[in-house]
Ligand binder design. Sequence first.
Ligand code: PGA
Length: 244
Amino acid sequence: MAGNWKMYKTPAETSAFFEKFRPLVAGTNHCEVVICPPFVDLAAAVESARGTMIEIGGQNLFWGQEGAYTGEVSGQMLRAAGCRWALVAHSERRQYFGETNENAAKRILGALEVGLTPVYCVGEMLDDRQSGKTEQVLETQFQGGLARLTAEQFDKLVVAYEPVWAIGTGKVATPEIAADAHRFIRDQVRKLFGPGAAAACRILYGGSVKPDNIRGLMAQPEIDGALVGGASLDPVSFASIVNF
Ligand code: PGA
């Protein structure tokens, strides 16, 4: 269960979140819990999560480990800051910052190189779905981001299916729509990396996940977890999602 805080919270607000969140998930051991705050909050988040099972991730990373790339943050830096995870190619990165499948592939390799678990985000826009192109888009994103990986490398990655029309809109995909897409993605995994990888691969659903819809989503065997935006900002709501 992963929380993506997007561009919300200061370091002080981060510490305050953890004060409330920690006791609410103290007994949780049925899943991994990850929070991805803005870069400037990482130190506060790592400090607040110390000694708990909560892990911290970056929302993005650059593919090289250091160099003259003003404004960028590398996997090596995320590791040194205490991160174990990194989101890659979130749809907001694709939509507003020009990220592509090609540079997602490089970011994924940059993460794997330093032992971060990449969460590779894929998902169709509303137009794609309405014009019957969902599978084509998912296949292109999947192949473009992942085709260069070996099966061993893929084994260390998590996929997130986030239909763009469901992100931040309150329009959650029905469990059936989400499960269909997950099934399609798992087929892609099978084609590229074999049946073992397809069975083992964790695919998270993201897009308007809330405490009141998590149970229905998680009832689908195809859905292995959630990537939660808005509802991860509040400790009580994210804890009730984690402990659905
Ligand atoms: P949302 O965002 O839960 O606010 O829809 C999900 C995401 O963008 O990861």
